[in-house]
Every structure is written in C-alpha cells, then in structure tokens.
Design a binder for this molecule. Structure first.
Ligand SMILES: Cc1cc2nc3c(=O)[nH]c(=O)nc-3n(C[C@H](O)[C@H](O)[C@H](O)COP(=O)(O)OP(=O)(O)OC[C@H]3O[C@@H](n4cnc5c(N)ncnc54)[C@H](O)[C@@H]3O)c2cc1C
Length: 489
C-alpha cells in the first residue's frame, strides 16, 4: 500500500476545515495548525451564563453548497445539523419610520413590492437577470479556479449571458429595475454581504440578492457554529489532526517547492502540500518572499463593530433579523470607503436568533447581536473611548428608529471591534471578506487558489477566489481540492 501524502492546512476557519474534509476523503493525511484556541475562525461562538452567541455569520444562504460538501465526503447534512428555514427573513425600518418585512413567501413579498413600487415587473426582471448570471456563475466563477480554461459545461450556459444589463455599477444597474427609494436601500445593502459598497461593486453581483430570494435565508438549530462542531466530529472520524494555539511562523520551502511549515514554537511539520486558510495578504510574510500582494486599506472589504447582549427577558414579538437604515445610505458608504471612518449615522443590523431558536437561551431571555459596518482601517484606534463613542452612535440610531429600550435588561455583553477581529484572526484591518469587490478586477480576479511561484502551495477561504461569505468560502474549498487532485495526486 502506498504511503499517504500529507497536507498541512494553515488555519481552522470554515474554508480550512471544509478543505481538510475533502482532502481526507481524497486519501490525504491532513494536519491543521490553527493560531487561536478555538476552531472556526470568523465563524465562531461565545457562550455566557447559558446564552449562546454566534460571533460571526448569522444567516446561511445557498444551502445547497453546504449540502454538497457533506455529500462529497459521503454523508448527509441532515444527519449532522438542522437547517431552519426563515419565513420572515428581515424586518426593515427606515429613517422616517416606514417599515416593511421581507417574507420568504413570494406572494407576500410581491405584495410588499407592489405596495411600495406600484408594480412588480421591475423586481421580477431584476431577479431574471440574477437567475441568468447565477446559471453562468455556477458553471464558471463558482466552479473553477480563474487559472483554469473554461470546460465543456461552460458552453451551454453562455447563452444565458445578458447582453444589455448587469455590466455597469451595482447601484445604477439595480436602479434601472427598482424605482422605490426604500427598496433601493434594501437592494443596495446586499453588497455588504461581500463587504463592499453598492456604489462601487459591479452590477453582475445582482446574483447576491437573487440567491436569497430564490433559495431563502436559513438558521441552524443551536446556532451556526453547529456546522463547525459537525466538521470537528467528522474530522475526528477521518483522523484529521487539529493543532490549536499553533500559529504558523513560516512556510518551509526548498527552492520553489514547499516542504511544510514551522510553528512559532519552533516545531516543524513536513508536508507534500501546504494550504493557507489565513488571509492571502499574509502569504509573502510566511514565505519570507518579496512580491506578494498585501491588502492596502483602499482594497479592503468592510470590517464590523459588533455588540453581543444577553437579555434577561423574552421578546417574542421582536424580529430574528432586523435592519435599521441610516438617513443617508450613500453618505454612510462614502464615510466607510472614501473617508475610512466609522459613520456618524450607521445602519444597524440586529440579529436575535433566539426568536426562532429557543435552545440559545436559558429559559427566558434573548440573545442579541448588533452590528454596524466599520472601515478596515488600521490607523483607527479602537480603544475604550473610541469604542464607547461608536457604541453611542449605534444606540442613537436604534433609538431614533424606534427600537425598544433594552439596556436595563442586559445581563452580559461583549464587543468586537475591527482591531479585535484583526488581532484574533490576523486579517488586515479586520477586513471580514478579504479584498472588496469594487470594480470588475477586484470582484472577479481575486488572489488565485494555487500559488504561481511555489509548487505545492494553495489557498482556501474568503480572501481567495471566489470570495468571502460562507457559501463562497465552501466553493473555494471545492475548487482548491480539485486543483490539488489535478496537480498533486
Ligand atoms: C461579524 C461577522 C459576520 C458575518 N456574517 C456573515 C453572514 O451572515 N453570512 C455569511 O455567509 N458570512 C458571514 N461572515 C463571513 C464569514 O464568517 C467568513 O467569510 C468565513 O467564515 C471565512 O472563512 P475562511 O475559511 O475564510 O476563514 P477564517 O474565518 O478567516 O479563518 C482563517 C483561520 O486561519 C487562522 N490563521 C490565520 N493565520 C494563521 C497562522 N499564521 N497560523 C495558524 N492559523 C492562522 C485564523 O486564526 C483563522 O482561524 C461574517 C463574518 C463576521 C466576522
């Protein structure tokens, strides 16, 4: 029997763990070295006094991408985690007090669109554009590395190529279809799913709202971190070695061939293949090589300022996902991306999964995750007074949008600043999605999944192709596993 080849994955984020599972099922011996004390990377968990918080992702979209991963390693997602469909996806509040609810029921949502827009044709045509681009993306951008030539399956889908629309900027293209100012804000917000500004991202990213309307938004019973826990169980059953508190200091190479890694503690692990799940912007540093692209502030995606509040009382009439829009959304994005400052009047996202899932709290009570977009600017110092000042802006927006008083109910709380995200996960400026998707080049030519200079070195996760966000991170694991199969097995 031939000896198994060894793959070392740097980082136990969602992408690193998904890739480890795929490689182990392809016959590799897999070792993961993770710098922090818990696996999951940005998809993580905080528990306190019986309350369970997801500290990162709070909404699953494109569930079939998750199902495909479990299927690819010979199991069924339903045997590991329970996906819960959200019937009322998001409750929106605008500055003037107008509210509306995004229902998962198409007839109900079309009623909302009709009430705001006077008709539904524009929305349906916009979704048709999203559907066509999604079909193309599935066979191209989502399925293969940018380094690979198009395959046979690409031919059939190119007939879906929209000739007229989708090629300008996201906001302008969307406004061609959607006329109502409230709906425009709702659609503009989808670009924050990829950490970007609707005013600078390409119109082809209308795929992002399309997949949510077509496939819904989902919660995982017990919290999204249950996905990471299920990966851990599967990793154990597949003999994947996980080293926690094991920061990698160096990627070892002889000439232009990688040979393994060295941990900060000095231990070396030899490997036939090394895969970096940490941010690609740090690759040059670990290789000790010149000429690797860093990620300067103007190219970074959004970071976030997050407050976690454990509330004493139940609020069944509040909403699982809520968005409270600022008065001037365009100005907010200008502050985030042009001025690189925390907005004066931030749009607030409130996630209260315990409304849907009572397993997250001890008896009565709610878990409340409050997030505002923040610039990934490492020149901003998030000390206690800066964080408090930003928190006051967040609370002011909640109050002026009519969000009920809750501070007297807080039994425990925590805060995540961009600086804390940066330090915990070693990502430039705390940028959650790696590079932003501004302009076609940034959106579609992200750092490659295979290193072009070092034989045996690969990348996986949100900072590489096809981009950040949980479904695309899982796609990157599939793409990188296929590349390794092709080039290393
Ligand atoms: C607040 C927040 C909200 C989000 N909301 C959503 C959402 O609702 N829906 C959605 O789809 N996505 C969301 N995301 C994005 C999603 O969480 C990420 O895209 C995804 O989890 C990133 O996975 P990844 O594989 O790129 O790895 P990461 O999570 O970036 O993990 C990389 C790992 O590598 C480790 N590492 C780095 N350098 C080293 C080193 N030198 N040695 C060893 N280990 C190292 C890090 O510690 C980390 O654990 C959110 C993220 C955050 C932070």
């Amino acid at each position: 029997m031939s000896k198994k080849k060894t793959a070392v994955v740097i980082g136990a984020g969602l992408g690193g763990m998904a890739l480890a599972l795929r490689l182990a099922s392809q016959g590799w011996r897999v070792v993961i070295a993770e710098r922090s004390g818990t696996p999951g990377g940005k998809m993580n968990r905080w528990t306190t006094e019986g309350y369970t918080f997801d500290t990162g992702p709070s909404l699953i979209t494109m569930p079939e991408v998750f199902q495909e991963l479990y299927h690819s390693i010979g199991t069924d997602m339903r045997d590991h985690v329970e996906l819960m469909a959200l019937t009322r996806q998001v409750h929106y509040t605008f500055d003037d007090g107008t509210t509306c609810c995004q229902s998962a029921s198409l007839p109900e949502w079309l009623d909302t669109v009709r009430a705001l827009e006077g008709q539904t044709d524009g929305f349906m045509k916009y979704m048709e554009l999203g559907a066509r681009l999604h079909e193309i993306s599935k066979a191209t951008f989502f399925a293969r590395s940018t380094l690979e030539p198009p395959g046979k399956e690409t031919k059939g889908v190119l007939s879906n190529m929209p000739l007229l629309r989708g090629w300008g900027n996201y906001h302008k293209e969307m406004c061609h279809f959607i006329k109502n100012p409230y709906l425009r804000m709702i659609f503009d917000r989808y670009m924050t799913y990829v950490g970007s500004s609707p005013y600078q991202a390409p119109g082809t990213l209308c795929v992002v709202p399309y997949v949510e309307y077509a496939q819904g938004g989902w919660h995982v019973r017990g919290g999204l971190y249950e996905i990471i826990r299920s990966f851990l169980n599967l990793m154990e059953s597949m003999d994947i070695e996980l080293h926690l508190n094991a920061p990698v200091a160096k990627i070892l190479h002889e000439g232009k061939t990688v040979k393994g890694i060295r941990l900060e503690g000095g231990e070396c692990i030899t490997a036939d293949t090394v895969i970096m799940n940490g941010d690609t912007a740090n690759a040059g540093k670990l290789l000790g090589a010149e000429g690797y692209r860093s990620c300067p502030p103007e190219q970074r995606s959004l970071s976030g300022l997050i407050f976690l509040f454990a509330l004493r009382n139940r609020h069944p009439d509040w909403h699982h996902h809520q968005v409270l829009f600022s008065k001037n959304y365009q100005h907010e994005f200008a502050q985030l991306f042009d001025e690189h400052v925390f907005p004066d009047d931030p749009t607030i996202y409130v996630n209260m999964p315990s409304i849907t899932d009572r397993s997250l709290t001890p008896g009565d009570g709610e878990v409340m995750f409050v997030m505002a977009n923040a610039p990934a600017n490492d020149r901003l110092k998030w000390d206690a007074s800066a964080t408090e000042a930003a928190k006051q802006r967040v609370l002011k927006r909640l109050k002026s949008s009519g969000f009920p008083e809750f501070e007297h109910e807080i039994v425990a709380s925590d805060a995540w600043t961009p600086e804390r995200l940066q330090c915990t996960y070693d990502m430039p400026g705390g940028a959650i999605y790696g590079r932003n998707s501004h302009g076609k080049k940034n959106a579609f030519v992200r750092p490659f999944n295979k290193d072009l200079r070092y034989q045996g070195l690969y990348y996986v996760g949100g900072s590489t192709h096809p981009g950040g966000g949980t479904p695309t991170v899982l796609m990157s694991a599939r793409i990188t596993a296929n590349l390794i199969k092709k080039h290393e097995q």
